[in-house]
Write a protein that binds this ligand. Structure first.
Ligand SMILES: Nc1ncnc2c1ncn2[C@@H]1O[C@H](COP(=O)(O)OP(=O)(O)OP(=O)(O)O)[C@@H](O)[C@H]1O
Length: 250
């Protein structure tokens, strides 16, 4: 479980996050949604320690991450898996080397153990046998799956995904969403996903946090979102004609 309390972040005179508090539960796909510039990525970066909030606290399983120094944060960082926007694979490394990278940094595993773990992770994302390929040889969906394999290689307790569906066709997006959900369920981990994708919201949104102008505007489940009368959330989720038509049938 991750708890955030009263997170405030400014850039210069721009107040980007205005007192965000929320709980992200274990074993759930927790989604952060909101319009462009609403502060989603900034919030994610505050949670993982890539930004320091001016005010507020982030607690990982009740441990106060915010007040920890660099060294004290290392054990928690080892428990975090991260799927970055655009997958962020190392282009000069093979698929296997990319997946092994965190193991080289954080473990004393033997070469054979690392390869075993890479093989397990590749199999888990249905990419068995792609070990020796380079990122340039992969499709966008395959890169995301390698990104997921790398994110789970350290058996994380917390998984963060920033726009996992960006640049993917709708069918591949669903494959990625289901993979994230299955991995979350199987390992009972706390997953936090930043997304714009309405299919993801409806498909895997166990707990959805909607940001509007840097404020927490609404929180609920995908079932609740379908029946919300919150005007800003409604205009965000049901912006398209297709989604409005779908809502009328609910
Ligand atoms: N490093 C930074 N320096 C200055 N301003 C920043 C920085 N990072 C983000 N911002 C500003 O903070 C606001 C929120 O940005 P953020 O990237 O968190 O939004 P977002 O909701 O993730 O948007 P998008 O969906 O378009 O990615 C924006 O106005 C952005 O310009």
């Amino acid at each position: 479980m991750i708890e955030i309390k009263d997170i405030n972040k400014t850039f210069g005179d721009k107040h980007v996050l205005k007192g965000i508090s929320a709980i992200f539960n274990q074993g759930m796909s927790n989604l952060i949604i909101g319009g462009s510039g609403s502060g989603k990525t900034t919030l994610l970066k505050c949670i993982v320690g890539l930004h320091e909030p001016e005010k507020g606290e982030v607690l990982y399983s009740n441990q106060n991450f915010t007040t920890m120094d660099f060294e004290e944060r290392i054990p928690i960082r080892k428990e975090i898996g991260m799927l970055f926007q655009n997958s962020a694979l190392f282009d000069s490394m093979t698929v296997e080397e990319n997946i092994i990278f965190p193991l080289n940094l954080f473990t004393a595993m033997s070469k054979a153990e690392k390869v075993d773990r890479a093989n397990y992770c590749l199999e888990r994302v249905n990419l068995k046998g792609t070990n020796k390929l380079f990122p340039a040889e992969l499709s966008g969906g395959m890169k995301k799956r390698v990104g997921i394999a790398r994110a789970i290689t350290m058996q994380p307790k917390y998984l963060f995904c920033d726009e996992p569906n960006s640049g993917l066709d709708p069918k591949t997006s669903i494959v990625i969403d289901e993979l994230i959900k299955d991995i979350t369920d199987e390992n009972n981990i706390t997953t936090v996903v930043v997304t714009h994708d309405m299919n993801s919201v409806m498909g895997i949104g166990d707990n959805i946090l909607f940001l509007h102008n840097g404020e927490k505007w609404w929180q609920g489940t995908n079932n609740e979102i379908a029946h919300t009368d919150n005007p800003e959330l409604n205009s965000f989720v049901f912006a398209s004609k297709f989604m409005r038509a779908a809502k009328e049938k609910l």
